[in-house]
Ligand binder design. Structure first.
Ligand SMILES: Nc1nc2c(ncn2[C@@H]2O[C@H](COP(=O)(O)OP(=O)(O)OP(=O)(O)O)[C@@H](O)[C@H]2O)c(=O)[nH]1
Ligand SMILES: [Mg+2]
Length: 427
C-alpha cells in the first residue's frame, strides 16, 4: 500500500505523476496508446501526468516487475520531472511495489490501488463507502507483513526485534480481519433492507443499464427519465445503483443505472461490489451501453461481457445501445459492431437521436415475454386480482364504480386460468 498521506492528497492536490505501462506478448492491445486509459484514471483521481514510460516485456521480473534497466530509467524520469508518485498499469506484488518505491524514492501505486482511490473519492452512500473500505482493507491485508519487514530492514535490527515484529504483524492482521468482518456484517444488513425494497418493486419489468465506465450510462438514464443522476466526464462517476420508473409508450418499467466496468477489474473489487450489482442479477433485460465513438469500443464490449459472466449474469437477455453516435468518426468500425451484435440500437444520449427507437425496442422485449391484457371486471373479484398480481405484472389499475379496469402483463401459461376466473368459470 502506498503511503497513506499520498493517497489522501490525491483528492485535492494535483500531484505530479509518472505512468508506466509494461505489456507482455499475450496482452491484447487496447487502443493506440497503452497508457490512454491509465491517464484518464489518473486525471480522474486528481493526478497530473508529467511523464510516461513504456516497456514490452518478454516476462515479468519477479523483483521489480519491469526490467532493471527500465527501473533506472524510471528513477531518472521521476527525478527530472519532479514526480511525487508513480503509477503502474499492472497489478504489483507487495514486494515489487516496495522495491520500486526504494528505487524511485516516491510512492508507487498499481492500477488496482488507483481505482480504489477513485472509488474512495466518489463513494457517496453508506453502502458505497463500506464497499470501498472493504475492498481497500482486503487489498491491504497481504501487504501488511511486507511493510513491517521493510521497516525492520531499514533499521537493520531484524535479529534484535524479530520476535516483537512478528507479534505486531499478527496484531495488525487480526485488527484488519476484524474490521473486514464488521464491514461484511454491515453490508449484509444494508443488503437485507434493500432486499425488501427490491422484492416490493418486483411487480415491474426491470431493465439494468450496464457498460464500460464513461460509456454514457448515467447520461442515457437522464435522457430517458429526467432523473437528474450525476453524469460526468470522469471514470467511475457512478458508484451506486439508482433505480427509477421509466415510461415506455405503453408500459412502465424500472430502469437502473449501475457502476461502470473496466478491463482487468480486480476480483476483490468485483466481489465487494456484488451488493450494488444485485440489481443487474435481478434484471429482466440488460441494456449494454457502449461508447461507439471510442477507438477501443470492441475491446470494451468484451471486457463488460467478461465481468457479466464473472458475476453470474452471462446468460441474460441483452440489448446493445451504441451511444455517442453523434461523434462517431470511424463508420466502418461501427458497421463491424453492428454485424457482431445484430440486436442493437444506435443512440445519442446527448442529442436524443435514436431514443424513440430504443423505447420501442425495449417495449418489444417486454411484450415478447408476456401477453398484455386489458380487462374490466367486477371490483369484488379479489381472487382474480390477486392471481394477476401473483403471476403477472399489473401496469395500471383504475376503479370505475364497482368495476375495475386492469392492464397487466401475464405469462401465457397463466392466461387460461386468469381468463376462466374473469369469466366466472370454474378453474
Ligand atoms: N458526444 C456525446 N457525449 C456523451 C454522450 N453520452 C454521454 N456523453 C458524455 O460522456 C461522459 C460520460 O458520461 P456518463 O453518463 O457520466 O457516463 P457513465 O457511463 O455513467 O460513466 P460512469 O458512471 O463513470 O461509469 C460525459 O461527459 C457525457 O456528457 C453522447 O451521446 N454523445
Ligand atoms: Mg454513471
Amino acid at each position: 500500500m502506498a503511503d497513506k498521506t499520498v493517497l489522501e492528497q490525491l483528492s485535492y492536490e494535483r500531484l505530479p505523476a509518472v505512468l508506466v505501462s509494461a505489456t507482455l506478448p499475450d496482452d491484447v492491445p487496447f487502443g493506440d496508446d497503452p497508457l490512454e486509459e491509465l491517464s484518464a484514471l489518473a486525471e480522474t483521481a486528481g493526478l497530473q501526468v508529467v511523464g510516461k514510460l513504456y516497456q514490452k516485456l518478454a516476462q515479468i521480473s519477479p523483483r521489480t516487475y519491469i526490467g532493471s534497466g527500465k527501473v533506472e530509467e524510471l528513477a531518472r524520469l521521476v527525478k527530472n520531472s519532479e514526480a511525487r508518485v508513480v503509477v503502474l498499469d499492472n497489478e504489483l506484488k507487495p514486494a515489487q511495489q516496495k522495491a520500486l518505491e526504494e528505487a524511485c524514492g516516491v510512492s508507487v501505486l498499481d492500477r488496482t490501488e488507483l481505482i480504489l482511490v477513485i472509488f474512495g473519492q466518489h463513494a457517496r452512500t453508506r453502502q458505497a463507502v463500506v464497499q470501498v473500505k472493504l475492498a481497500q482493507a482486503e487489498y491491504e491485508l497481504p501487504r501488511l507483513k511486507n511493510l513491517w519487514s521493510h521497516l525492520e530492514r531499514q533499521r537493520g535490527a531484524l535479529s534484535a526485534v524479530g520476535g516483537a515484529g512478528e507479534r505486531q504483524i499478527e496484531v495488525d492482521r487480526r485488527l484488519l480481519r476484524q474490521r473486514i468482518h464488521h464491514m461484511k456484517d454491515e453490508l449484509e444488513q444494508i443488503m437485507r433492507r434493500r432486499q425488501v425494497e427490491v422484492s416490493r418493486r418486483h411487480e415491474l419489468f426491470q431493465v439494468a443499464i450496464v457498460g464500460y465506465t464513461n460509456a454514457g450510462k448515467s447520461t442515457l438514464m437522464n435522457a430517458l427519465t429526467n432523473e437528474g443522476v450525476l453524469a460526468e466526464d470522469k471514470l467511475f462517476a457512478t458508484l451506486d445503483t439508482r433505480t427509477c420508473v421509466w415510461r415506455l409508450p405503453d408500459h412502465k418499467v424500472l430502469l437502473s443505472d449501475t457502476v461502470g466496468f473496466i478491463r482487468n477489474l480486480p476480483h476483490r473489487l468485483v466481489a465487494s461490489f456484488h451488493a450494488t450489482l444485485e440489481e443487474v442479477l435481478q434484471a429482466d433485460l440488460l441494456l449494454h451501453v457502449v461508447d461507439a465513438s471510442h477507438p477501443s469500443a470492441t475491446e470494451m464490449v468484451l471486457a463488460v461481457e467478461g465481468v457479466l459472466k464473472e458475476i453470474g449474469a452471462g446468460d441474460r437477455r441483452v440489448l446493445m445501445a451504441f451511444n455517442k453516435i453523434d461523434r462517431v468518426q470511424d463508420q466502418p468500425a461501427l458497421t463491424h459492431l453492428h454485424s457482431l451484435y445484430p440486436d442493437h440500437v444506435d443512440v445519442s444520449a446527448r442529442t436524443g437521436a435514436g431514443l424513440e427507437n430504443l423505447r420501442r425496442r425495449v417495449q418489444e422485449v417486454v411484450e415478447e415475454r408476456e401477453t398484455r391484457v386489458d380487462w374490466t371486471f367486477s371490483a369484488g373479484n379479489g381472487r382474480l386480482l390477486a392471481y394477476l398480481k401473483q403471476h403477472g405484472k399489473i401496469l395500471e389499475m383504475d376503479f370505475e364504480g364497482d368495476s375495475v379496469r386492469v392492464k397487466a402483463l401475464i405469462e401465457p401459461r397463466y392466461l387460461g386460468q386468469a381468463a376462466a376466473m374473469r369469466d366466472g368459470k370454474p378453474a
